[in-house]
Design a binder for this molecule. Structure first.
Ligand code: FRU
Length: 541
């Protein structure tokens, strides 16, 4: 009888969650769910800067994405959250859900800090076979693993104040019960010991977990998600070490167009990014079930690269990003999201009631490039469902600064832009977004040093941090394709540039004094042909 009651109760909870989500959505073209109109009393500065479609918390502070998993039609996103302030503070796991990773509905906080500490970053998996034994009434438990950060321990000057703990949910990730025997991994005396990312290894048939530990990544395995065995570590003397290693992710990928499988390790690092502050590097190699070994050709690439590392994004605002778990094989995609900020200035960006957004969700592919491997990132295709008005131009000779469009034709603050430039020869190109106040965001390609760039030095409000605007961000071009193709995702306060099919990505935020309302392009050195440019207004109303 009791079992029956629990089953009915938990089904009811799920139904209520679905109904409340559906009520919040007016079909697919819903308004950004996290912007609750009732809360928007005035069109104040923070609303001026609130993105149109990137996820932001309704109120207060947010950093890393956490615990992302998919189940029963919903993509779940948790996030580092301090609900009582607009700067970093005691960490909780905030929660949001989406049916398409584009529009989000913020849910009640999922995990609260307690006497053992703040709830730092981590991951979540769906325990479909009840390996953990937490299932009740046939419900598949969701297991979250996070780092406890004991502030008292830190203040007392200890080194063992971070440990790993688990919690389980039997109501589709709405609420979690912390495991009574936490922590599941005690601290062996390593100061930075955090951000567990679990993955089901379908090749070696066991649960894996990667953990950032000082300047290394530690690999653990488990059969029940409670008892974890240390297998190996990776990272000494490899890659970038200009800052602390954080928020790893680890997963196998089939190399595009082949049946070869390689393992990919993502490692965020702060500071020490290619253009300053926070950034995420990656490694490609093999995993035998115990030990990750970097591929020789990829290691050569690292040794030949500027920072001894290859980055998922060369802009300054994509950090701590990880992938969704439990994506069905029928879907088969590797889906990623990052925090669209940088620890160098995240706490002081000019918004007040809320702080920080996430990147758009991105699909990752692994591609063979020469003898080595590269990740390709593209915005998820679901974003194209929001395309509305379209503007297209073809074969324009660009001799001087040439206006492409202004906001009378298309409001530039919610757009997807696809372009192709041919005949570049010995020139570069520079796109410019401007407004009436003369604020300018420039981005494009420098022929002289073969670098893509984003220049936000004059993009509006920049004085809140010296680190924000200087220097210009650069990314070395990998592709030797004579044509330059790119996709630009533009929101009110962020730009995401996917050059060469996502081989080189640059993500940056900006705070213009009024929204950018004109897009132009100019040659650097010689004229060229803008083969085509397509601008899609993205409509979320
Ligand atoms: C990365 C990070 C993590 C940590 C969390 C704390 O941005 O420093 O290593 O778990 O933020 O909020």
């Amino acid at each position: 009888m009791n079992k029956m009651k629990t089953l009915i109760k938990s089904n009811l909870v799920v139904m209520l969650m679905v109904v409340s989500f559906l009520l919040g959505c007016k079909g697919k073209a819903q308004k950004n769910q996290n912007v609750d109109k009732a809360d928007q009393v005035t069109y104040s500065e923070e609303e001026l800067y609130r993105p149109n479609f990137h996820f932001t918390p309704k109120k207060a502070w947010m950093n890393d994405p956490n615990g992302m998993f998919y189940k029963n039609g919903y993509y779940h996103l948790y996030f580092q959250h301090y609900p009582d302030g607009n700067t970093w503070g005691p960490m909780h796991w905030g929660h949001a859900i989406s049916t398409d990773m584009v529009t989000w509905k913020e849910m009640p906080i999922a995990i609260y800090p307690d006497e053992k500490g703040y709830i730092f970053s981590g991951s979540a998996v769906v325990d479909v076979n009840n390996n953990s034994g937490f299932s009740k009434n046939g419900i598949e438990p969701i297991i979250a693993m996070f780092t406890y950060h004991d502030m008292e321990g830190e203040k007392a000057g200890k080194t063992n104040y971070q440990s790993q703990a688990i919690a389980y949910s039997l109501d589709e990730g709405q609420t979690f019960t912390k495991y009574s025997k936490n922590p599941v991994i005690k601290n062996p005396g390593i100061k930075d010991f955090r951000d567990p990312k679990m993955v089901w290894d379908s090749i070696h048939k066991k649960w894996l977990m990667v953990l950032a530990a000082g300047q290394k990544i530690m690999f653990y395995s488990s059969s029940n998600l409670k008892d974890w065995k240390l297998e190996s570590d990776f990272g000494e003397g490899i890659g970038a070490h200009g800052g602390v290693w954080e928020c790893p992710d680890f997963f196998p990928m089939v190399v595009k167009g082949t049946d070869e499988v390689k393992w990919v390790l993502l490692v965020s690092i702060n500071p020490g990014g290619p253009n300053g502050g926070s950034a995420t590097q990656y490694f490609v190699g093999d995993f035998d079930g115990n030990q990750f070994r970097i591929d020789n050709s990829f290691e050569n690439d690292l040794n030949n690269s500027e920072h001894k590392s290859i980055w998922i994004d060369y802009g300054r605002d994509n950090y701590a990003g990880v992938t969704w778990s439990n994506i069905p094989d029928s879907n088969g995609r590797k889906l990623f999201m990052g925090w669209i900020s940088n620890w160098e200035y995240a706490n002081v960006v000019p918004t007040e009631t809320w702080r920080s957004a996430m990147t758009v969700a991105r699909q990752i592919e692994l591609q063979k490039v020469n003898a080595s491997y590269r990740l390709l990132f593209q915005p998820v295709r679901e974003l194209t469902n929001y395309r509305s008005t379209k503007f297209k131009k073809e074969s324009i000779a660009i001799k001087g600064d040439t206006k492409i469009i202004d906001s009378k034709a298309i409001d530039l603050s919610s757009t997807e832009i696809n372009f192709k430039i041919s005949n570049l020869k010995n020139s570069g190109f520079s796109f410019k977004l401007t407004n009436k106040q003369g604020d300018t965001l420039a981005f494009g390609y420098n022929h002289s040093n073969k670098n893509f760039f984003v220049d936000r030095r004059k993009s509006g409000k920049t004085a809140f941090s010296e680190k924000f605007s200087d220097p210009v961000s650069m990314a070395n071009r990998i592709s030797i394709n004579p044509d330059f193709i790119g996709t630009i995702i533009l929101d009110k306060t962020s730009i995401e540039l996917f050059f060469d099919n996502g081989e080189t990505v640059m993500t940056e935020i900006f705070f213009p004094n009024s929204p950018f309302d004109k897009l132009s392009i100019e040659p650097k050195d010689q004229e060229f042909i803008l083969g085509n440019i397509e601008i899609h207004k993205l409509n979320f109303n």
